[in-house]
Design a protein around this ligand. Sequence first.
Ligand SMILES: Cc1cc2nc3c(=O)[nH]c(=O)nc-3n(C[C@H](O)[C@H](O)[C@H](O)COP(=O)(O)OP(=O)(O)OC[C@H]3O[C@@H](n4cnc5c(N)ncnc54)[C@H](O)[C@@H]3O)c2cc1C
Length: 467
Amino acid sequence: MCAVNIVDSSFIQSLQAILSPERVLTLLEDIVPYSFDGTAALKQRPGAVVFPLTAVEVAECVRLARKHSVPVVTRGSGTGLSGGSVPLDGCLVICLVKMDKLIEVDEKNLTLRAQSGVITKEIDDAAAKVGLFYPPDPGSMKISTIGGNVAENSGGLRGLKYGVTRDYVMGIEVVLPDGTLTFLGNKCVKDVAGYSMKDLFIGSEGTLGIITEVILKVLPRPKARKTMLALYDSMDAAAKTISAIIAAKIIPCTLEFLDRVTVQCVEDYAKIGLPTDVEALVLMETDGHPVVVEEEAAQMMELARANGARDVRAAADEAEGAKLAAARRNAFSALARVRPTTILEDVTVPRSELATMVAFIDSVAKKHKLQIGTFGHLGDGNLHPTFLTNERDHEEMHRIEVALEEIVEETIRLGGTVTGEHGVGLAKKAFLKRQLGEGSYELMRSIKQALDPQGLLNPGKIFDLRN
Ligand SMILES: Cc1cc2nc3c(=O)[nH]c(=O)nc-3n(C[C@H](O)[C@H](O)[C@H](O)COP(=O)(O)OP(=O)(O)OC[C@H]3O[C@@H](n4cnc5c(N)ncnc54)[C@H](O)[C@@H]3O)c2cc1C
């Protein structure tokens, strides 16, 4: 297993020779910003941070780290919410944000090729220029990298209709733990030549390889989109609307939800004109052919009213739609203003159990006297109960730990998962075995052991390594 080394001067000089001195950071004031990601209360200082420009440079850095037994933590923009890119003390951080070349938009094959450091929104913007569409839209899409999205298999607001990042990855270039550079996948719509190796690396959280380039599937851009908001006096009525929409065989691109605490924070922050006494707000969006969009939107509004919505609003145009959608897109930022520390959870349950889970979270908040705002992807069963706290208040942090245990237990009891999109990293590591059971947990560890016996890449994330 890789020793945790404080990097020495010969190691730093070799890094500078591979890259160039200005792309190697070692001074305290320079490396502090790379000591944490978007996850609350997790910090650790790296020994050095490097910024390669090419896959060959990444491979050379990995080979050097291997030679010196220095663990490597790969980093995109550091927006992760499970501690995946939090460094190990004294490790090497390979940050890919300067590998930001959009290589090709291939209109004949409906694919897009990019280096891993390209920002997610720039991928969709490039597709949009030629009438194409890259659907996965994590809330962080203006800052996250496509490499980070692939490593976390990120979801987004359009996941219900369009799926998650994995559904769009056709190929990846990857640097393996021994420094080998290889390409997995291609532009073919069908390919069953051997194991689907690329799929092993999607969602592997930087523990199996460093993704340096991606080929993504893109779609024709939908011609029309309609955005609506429905406001409810009870969570149950909101959940019934969702079931009714799905039962009516409508698959909207977005069905998002905010609870009372979150609506109040969003209104306070963004001044959208939302009533602050509602129990639930549901954001609904449909896209596609203009005639179908109008028909589905009318049906969804009708179903919302029939199932008890107090008020249903439809945006007149795209600009107003973006304003309504801002209620959901601003949820995390709005909650983060309330207290010094925001702990965002990611539990996911089968859709039929949503109302039960939301009520349970509410009861846990009351029982432990905690402030929890819940929002999430109602159509996917993916909830983000968000604890508003102060990490310096140890007594309250302890109550959060107990509350989280209870939420996780209930999630597993309902047949859910401890993470729907943010990954395991450090934050969910303690719960993984409980959810998976011994067999699949050990299978995962065997894969890590086979690909990275030295434990070089992101050791201690997802699970502890075998001795
Ligand atoms: C405001 C906000 C909203 C968010 N909304 C969503 C959302 O809607 N849906 C969602 O799924 N997530 C969301 N996230 C979480 C986060 O943005 C995603 O996990 C994102 O994919 C991380 O990208 P990143 O470039 O910041 O990666 P980082 O945080 O730097 O890294 C994440 C993980 O991937 C690994 N990694 C990064 N790049 C590579 C690479 N090239 N090769 C191998 N491993 C790599 C890292 O080691 C780490 O384990 C949100 C975060 C914030 C702060």
